[in-house]
Ligand binder design. Sequence first.
Ligand SMILES: [Zn+2]
Length: 281
Amino acid sequence: MKRRTLLKALAFGFIQWSASKQALAQHIINTSYMLPEMNDDFIKDYLHKMINFNKPHEDDIYVPDSMGNIFSSIVMRLRRQQEIVGHGNFQVLSFDDGLSLARKYPAIEAFTKAETRFMEMIFYSQAEQYGFFTHKPLKELTVRIREKDVARAPHSTIYLYKGTPFETFNKLKKQIGDQLILTSGVRGIMKQFLLFFNKAYRNNGNLSLASRSLAPPGYSFHGIGDFDVGQVGLGAANFSKIFTNTEVFKKLKALGYIKFRYPDKNLLGVRFEPWHIKMNA
Ligand SMILES: [Zn+2]
């Protein structure tokens, strides 16, 4: 079967254009596409996809083959960058700082023009076209996380936004106890690029599959305050349905005031994430 790739218009724009970021964004905003009709068949198929989020599905959208080399070289560069700047710093790295750091370190090497344009194209394209339906909390690729707005969680290398997220986590810690751990907090644009691209890369460039468990850059609410929690000792299973069997999850639910960003059977294009705490609208 023929792989469905990103809208032709976007690919065309990517190859032909030498226009500015703003012009690219405007072009994409004006590129219309049809949202699927939410009838019973659609919902049934949709829920099947969300349960089997980690498998490819027939109408998934892929990175075009013609851009495969650019895509993989971005993934490798982002991985090297994370290693070199350290996982802690990489969490909050902005796009512009990421580009300039890459230029400074021979072991990373500068992102090429084609690579940055590909990243711009992904950032400014509408994620609905590959099945991700939330609004976009970060509208600018160059948005920065200000140092004074974030703090490391107690006894952790993970950052949280000061104010409600930080206070909520500390309150949860008091109410639930040491069994509760923070598994992910603030994420900047570069971190979200790496998470989303890594997932797609390991799945033949399947952007739809990746977006069912990782928000595309700009669409992650980790960028504005959400955070993930887990049960101590559970490891990677904290990011699976197994987490719902833990004491931590049962206590979280019993508190009554905690909201989850991606509840079971949500229509946002995202799997059930019982560990992801919703902080903002
Ligand atoms: Zn999360």
